[in-house]
Design a protein around this ligand. Structure first.
Ligand code: AMP
Length: 281
């Protein structure tokens, strides 16, 4: 595995792969890798000749007062994990090269970006779509793999990719969880023992709602309340518990189409998100 910091060098490497007929798989991350990230690398490797993993804590997707400054970073550890999972090139651009002084271009995705995370974190998705568009132009992937853990992000990036005609096969891989159900996240590193125990109520609540759905419950209100009850009992501060159309993210009353049950909450000062898709098998 090699590590590339320079944007031009990454583009020339991508050109060489393409000229040689090699398929490029791409997994963009903010680093502090866990098994969720590694599952995306494995999925990319299974269908591509080379896999590029980017590590870039993108400042433009963090709001004022969010955790940009304390976001966990460990490049040496990430490099070892990525290589073991099958990464061929680690791309680690400098912030000043991605956003040089006077930088002024952004990609905006309207509609699906205005609800849920978009409503709670103004400007967040504009930062995400902009950096991913830039990374697609640098890494030139045939396939890019994103996680269902960030369901709304994956949907927005699919829309952006289609609407801006990126020639990339954008894929979504399932959420990887700890053995007790907690969705893996780099931000789990912030949780002390009691916050972590409380955070477990998120996946527990989602599982309970899913069981109710399997038993025939179709009222969004009832399913939402099940999740909220678990989370409140554990002392979490709920940001939202939403039941939305899995494709359009429009609110639903009765679940007659595939639905996304999406949650955001705070355990102590740590903001966590999780979701489950409810659809008939
Ligand atoms: P991040 O480093 O948090 O920006 O995430 C990079 C990629 O990994 C995104 O596509 C995420 O959706 C994905 N990801 C994060 N956590 C998980 C998880 N627990 N399971 C699967 N994919 C994940």
């Amino acid at each position: 595995m090699n590590t590339v910091h320079d944007i031009r060098e990454m583009q020339r490497l991508a050109d060489a792969h393409r000229a040689a007929g090699r398929r490029i798989g791409f997994v963009p991350t903010m680093g502090f890798l866990h098994d969720g990230h590694l599952s995306l690398i494995t999925a990319a490797k299974a269908q591509c000749d080379v896999v590029v993993v980017s590590i870039f804590v993108n400042p433009t997707q963090f709001g004022a007062g969010e955790d940009l400054d304390r976001y966990p970073r460990d490049l040496a550890r990430d490099a070892a994990l990525a290589e073991r999972a099958g990464c061929d090139t680690l791309f680690v651009p400098e912030e000043g090269a991605m956003y040089p002084p006077g930088y002024g271009t952004a990609v905006d995705c309207n509609g699906v970006a205005s609800t849920l995370e978009g409503a709670s974190r103004p400007g967040h998705f504009r930062g995400v779509t902009t950096v991913v568009a830039k990374l697609f132009n640098i890494v030139k992937p045939h396939v890019a793999v994103f996680g269902q853990k960030d369901a709304q992000q994956a949907l927005i990036l699919k829309k952006m990719s289609e609407e801006l005609n990126f020639d990339v096969d954008l894929q979504i891989a399932p959420t990887v969880r700890e053995s007790d159900g907690l969705a893996m996240s780099s931000r789990n590193a912030y949780l002390d023992a009691s916050d972590r125990a409380a955070a477990l109520s998120i996946s527990r609540g989602l599982r309970e709602a899913e069981a109710q759905y399997r038993n025939g419950e179709r009222s969004a209100d009832t399913l939402r309340r099940t999740v909220e009850h678990e989370m409140r009992l554990a002392g979490l501060t709920i940001d939202y518990v939403a039941l939305v159309d899995a494709r359009t993210l429009e609110e639903m009353e009765m679940l007659e189409r595939p639905a996304l049950l999406a949650v955001a909450a705070r355990a102590g000062s740590t903001r966590l998100i999780d979701n489950v898709v409810l659809q008939e098998r």
